[in-house]
Design a protein around this ligand. Structure first.
Ligand code: 6R9
Length: 651
């Protein structure tokens, strides 16, 4: 017997409600059902049309050149400047006074950045970078908090054709050094610090430590954010204000080839060395601006868009910076954590800026569930008209909670599947078209050809599971891994020759709709039964007492793997003790079957997560197997593993 993906989905799909788009939303939607048909008939014609969203300094002669597969060339021969497309053309079109960002610092300080402000700041920064010797093609590392200067720095790089590599502000000095070395960075932009949980976190200090092993870095530009003490290396370190403030606000953007590198984003691989995912300019701008327009139904005149993610993550690159700016959107940028200084902080921000669209991760949603629905209920969230989710499978309970308590039981919910490698959303409902099912990413977007393959590389039928693949190239796709074409080929293109292998398991339901189950490496094998961690997590979270659950398979001599669950109880369920553990075990038996009942259920206060909100199951496996935890440089809070360890051992 195998507990297959079918049963997984049966468990996930127990929530059988379907939510139709509200009629007025559907009537006014940017993208209607015909987009699927048009794209199916002429996929490249469809992307050609989408590319008209971008202003090309020189037109392209061919939409796609796939002759060097798997290295794609999109919009061949076209020239453009990404910063011009994000900023200048809007100012030229009379939108200089439109707000680009409502910035909200963690401590409550605010800044309003209009498109004209953005143009001035980006131009000054571009002039400064040039004066400091940064040339087209040079890589620039950016290690910053969530402040407007981070966007200024990215766009200044884009403007002069210097690919940026933004290193997430929660990464350690070791992670900075690895990345700086891997793409031979000589120029770093950072800040003295940023605010996190009410404290000033040291960023410059981490850069200083990293650069001890990066002798090629000759310039460090430092934004003053917190005013905390910093060490200073004369000759190398320069204050941003000294270098930038006196520069001219005039700067002529150069047009670069469509395939000119725009940025490198390192993805925290499950093992080994991080992968430097390379995105180029033309296709990425088309992919992000189109999907931002289609999936979020953006009406730039009236919407206030909030991606509550970090810019140091691909979601921030595509849906805080490039997509929204290309579409002349007003966005919210928030520096801090959701519970600083109180658990209603996000909802206070939604209310204050009358946010119309919110995009965040399931882990945040489950945290809000844990804190209780009465917290968002204290705020006026009626401005919201669409809410989205990204980063992990969203369990049906969290989806329904989100729609009800944040979306007022009226807004569409878009569960968007994509990856750093993809650059842009690939599978998602269209909010004015798709009747959604809680927990399902539903269908590939127009112009995207994705499928679910079995072991032999054949498409699965309905009610079958397998591996998620993308069968045709898409504009925002990665072009290679920096300096490692072989690894690029091996990782993504060899499993099923000529087809992009995403590394995620997925299933088609009875209607052919796609449910993403999670990484295939999260699949457990217990006594020959194949079990998905998500399935058991979903069962646990469906119990009233549970706020969040993470399940891992620990090595076991007899059964191959054993199921180990880490559970955070809702505040209201605390004090349940042994009794609650027995109840949860019984609940899983009832939901899935005895085979899925965890060997141990450990009650913990928190789970180890990356800053982008993904549970690091690898570290939980280390705890469950009683091993020294492996590399935890990508953790949001590196002390969490020690705390869980002591909770688990009863310490
Ligand atoms: C954008 C982003 C990619 C991995 C991906 C998958 C998981 C993302 C998801 C989802 C289920 C969704 N993932 N969105 N799983 N449903 N809607 O998250 O990029 O950090 O590279 O992660 O995240 O496992 O393979 P990245």
């Amino acid at each position: 017997m195998r507990v297959s993906t079918e049963q997984t989905i049966a468990a996930l799909g127990r929530e059988s409600r379907i939510f139709e788009p509200p009629a007025d939303f559907a009537a006014n939607a940017n993208v209607k059902a015909d987009a699927y048909e048009r794209a199916e008939k002429d996929r490249l014609g469809f992307w050609d049309e989408a590319a008209q969203r971008i202003t090309w300094a020189e037109p392209y002669t061919e939409v796609l050149d796939w002759s060097g597969a798997p290295h794609a060339k999109w919009f061949v021969g076209g020239k453009l400047n990404a910063a011009y497309n994000c900023v200048d053309r809007h100012v030229e079109n009379g939108l200089g006074d439109r707000v680009a960002y409502h910035f909200e610092g963690e401590g409550g300080d605010t800044r309003t950045i209009t498109y004209k402000d953005l143009q001035d700041e980006v131009n000054k920064a571009a002039n400064a970078l040039t004066e400091l010797g940064v040339k087209t093609g040079d890589r620039v590392a950016i290690y910053m908090p969530m402040i407007p200067e981070t966007v200024f720095a990215m766009l200044a790089c884009a403007r002069i054709g210097a690919p940026h590599t933004v290193i997430f502000g929660g990464f350690s000095s070791k992670a900075i050094a690895d990345r700086v070395q891997d793409c031979s960075v000589e120029f770093v932009i950072t800040a003295d610090g940023g605010y996190r949980k009410g404290k000033a976190s040291p960023l410059k200090a981490a850069v200083d430590e990293a650069l001890e092993s990066c002798p090629d870095v000759h310039t460090v530009l430092v934004v003053k954010r917190t005013g905390q003490e910093v060490a200073w290396t004369e000759g190398r370190d320069k204050w941003w204000s000294d270098a930038v403030d006196g520069q001219s606000t005039e700067h002529t953007p150069e047009a670069f080839d469509a395939e000119h590198p725009l940025y490198i984003m390192y993805s925290s691989g499950t093992t080994g060395k991080p992968k430097g995912i390379l995105h180029t300019t033309g296709g990425y701008m088309v992919g992000t601006s189109y999907t931002h327009y289609a999936v979020f139904d953006i009406k730039p005149e009236t919407d206030v868009f909030w991606t509550a993610a970090d810019i140091g993550w691909v979601t921030g690159h595509s849906y805080i910076v490039y997509g929204p700016l290309a579409n002349a959107t007003t966005s919210i940028m928030y520096e801090g954590t959701p519970d600083t200084p109180h658990q209603g902080r996000w909802w206070e921000i939604v209310q204050k800026y009358k946010a119309t669209i919110l995009y965040c991760a399931p882990t945040a949603i489950r945290t809000f569930m844990k804190w209780g629905h009465q917290i968002p209920a204290e705020y006026d969230l009626s401005s919201l008209r669409l809410i989205g989710s990204v980063g992990e499978p969203i369990n049906p309970e969290a989806w329904v909670w989100y729609r009800k308590n944040i979306g007022g039981d009226r807004t569409p919910v878009v569960d968007t599947w994509w990856q750093t490698e993809n650059g842009q959303i690939l599978i998602s409902p269209l909010p004015g078209v798709t009747a959604t099912k809680p927990g399902a990413a539903m269908r590939p977007l127009p112009g995207i050809v994705a499928d679910v393959f079995n072991e032999d590389g054949k498409p699965v039928g309905n009610n079958e599971g397998g591996y998620l693949v993308v069968k045709e190239p898409w504009p925002g796709m990665l072009r290679t891994l920096w300096g490692d074409d072989d690894r690029f080929q091996r990782t993504y293109w060899d499993r099923f020759p000529g087809v992009y292998f995403a590394g995620d398991g997925a299933k088609r339901d009875q209607d052919g709709d796609i449910w993403v189950i999670g990484r295939v490496d999260d699949v457990m094998n217990v006594s020959g039964h194949r079990l998905s961690t998500t399935e058991i997590e979903s069962a646990l979270v469906s119990h009233d007492a549970v706020a969040e659950a993470a399940v891992v398979g620990a090595a076991d001599e007899t059964t191959g793997q054993s199921i180990e669950a880490f559970v955070i109880l809702k505040q209201s369920a605390h004090g349940g003790g042994e009794d609650i553990v027995a109840k949860l075990r019984q609940h899983v038996r009832e939901e899935i079957g005895a085979i899925a009942s965890p060997r141990s259920i450990m009650l913990v206060e928190e789970l180890p997560k990356t800053r982008s909100g993904k549970i690091m199951r690898r570290l939980l496996r280390d705890i469950a197997e009683n091993r020294e935890p492996g590399d935890s440089t990508t953790l949001a809070d590196s002390s969490v593993v020690d705390r869980i360890r002591s909770e688990v051992s009863g310490g």
